[in-house]
Design a protein around this ligand. Sequence first.
Ligand SMILES: CC(C)(COP(=O)(O)OP(=O)(O)OC[C@H]1O[C@@H](n2cnc3c(N)ncnc32)[C@H](O)[C@@H]1OP(=O)(O)O)[C@@H](O)C(=O)NCCC(=O)NCCS
Length: 165
Amino acid sequence: MAGAQHSIDGLSVRDLADHLELVPQIARWHWSEWSDHTDPNDSEARKQELIVSQSLRGSVPFTRLALLSEVLVGTATVCWDDGDADFADRGPWLTGMFVQGPARNLGIGRVLLGAVEEECRDLGFDDLWLHTSEAHRFYERCDWRVVRPRAYVGVDTVMRRTLSD
Ligand SMILES: CC(C)(COP(=O)(O)OP(=O)(O)OC[C@H]1O[C@@H](n2cnc3c(N)ncnc32)[C@H](O)[C@@H]1OP(=O)(O)O)[C@@H](O)C(=O)NCCC(=O)NCCS
C-alpha cells in the first residue's frame, strides 16, 4: 500500500486505488462542491464512476487522498481530460483538489498538492497544469504561476507548476 507520513500529526497521503471504499464519500463532496445540479447528465452516481476511473496506480489518471488519523479529509486527482480549451495540447491537469471544511488552513492542501507533484515528477512530466475559478491564491502560495488570468466569469485562471529544476 502506498502511503507516507508527514509533519502534520496523524496525516498520511494514500492512493485511491487502495481505498476504493471511500469513493461514495468523495463523490458526495465533489457533487456538492462542483456539480451543475441542473444538468440531467450529471449525478452523484456519475461522479462515483468518474472517480473510480481516476484510480490508476503509477499512471494518469490517478487520485491521492489525505487521511487524518485514518479519516478521509482531502482529495487530489491528476488527469488528461479536465484541461482548458485554449491549452488543449498541455497537461496533465490537476483536478478534484479538495480539503473538507473543518480540516482547511492546517496545511493539508499543501501536503496533498506536494504529493501529486512528486508523483508527476516521478512519472517524468515536466509540468502540471490546472484551471480554477476562485482558488488561484492558494496555488500561488504553493509555487504555481498564473499563465492566463481570469478575465471574466466563465473564463478560469490557468496555472502551471514547473516540475523540472
Ligand atoms: C483550496 C483548498 C484545497 C486549500 O486547502 P487547505 O488545506 O485549506 O490549504 P493549506 O492549509 O495547505 O494552505 C496552504 C497555503 O495556502 C493558503 N490558502 C489556503 N486557502 C487559501 C485561499 N482560499 N485563498 C488564499 N490562500 C489560501 C494558506 O494560507 C497557506 O498559506 P501559507 O502556508 O503560505 O501561509 C481548500 O480550501 C478547498 O478544498 N477549497 C474548496 C475547493 C476548492 O476550491 N478547490 C480548488 C479547486 S481548483
